[in-house]
Ligand binder design. Structure first.
Ligand code: FES
Length: 162
């Protein structure tokens, strides 16, 4: 090798210092990655879903007829001081059905349901779910969307809460 080529190289001690720093940096980075991976184990991959049991409004706040609840995607039906709740989730592919005065219509693929949620025309494979409905201790309608009840179910809250 010529002298001109060696003039640009750092002296041996400088090269060793740089290599030592790179080595220590690599060890520190690997150690930090291990600590991060171990800390990640304390946060498991869990999908938190909203609770299936939730409160709606007080019974007296619902006018007679069908009231759509956008938050929970359901219809509260008030008839003669009794209530039932019908899911607005289409059993075909999960679109939100709409109430059209005499029937529920699904805007996605055209399923139609009667006022009780029974299928008038498909492609929905079954009717809309009727959801378990009751009253909370503090006087709000309470629904458990994980529990279906038979169509025809009615909940009549105690008179003082209507
Ligand atoms: S999602 Fe309602 S008909 Fe397809």
């Amino acid at each position: 090798m010529s002298d001109a080529g060696q003039k640009n190289l750092p002296p041996d001690s400088e090269r060793r210092r740089v290599l030592r720093l790179l080595g220590k940096g690599s060890v520190a980075a690997a150690f930090a990655a291990q600590i991060g991976a171990a800390a990640r184990a304390f946060f498991p991959n869990i999908l938190y879903e909203p609770p299936t049991k939730f409160k709606l409004k007080r019974p007296a706040e619902y006018p007679p007829g069908f009231t759509f609840d956008t938050t929970h995607r359901l219809f509260v039906v008030s008839e003669n001081d009794a209530f039932h709740v019908i899911s607005a989730v289409c059993p075909h592919l999960g679109c939100t059905v709409q109430w059209r005065e005499t029937e529920f219509d699904c805007p996605c693929h055209g399923s139609r349901f009667d006022p009780h949620g029974s299928v008038i025309s498909g492609p929905a494979p079954r009717g809309l779910s009727w959801l378990d409905t009751g009253i909370s201790p503090d006087g709000f309608l309470e629904v458990d969307s994980a529990v279906d009840v038979a169509p025809g179910f009615r909940f009549a809250p105690p008179k003082r809460q209507v």
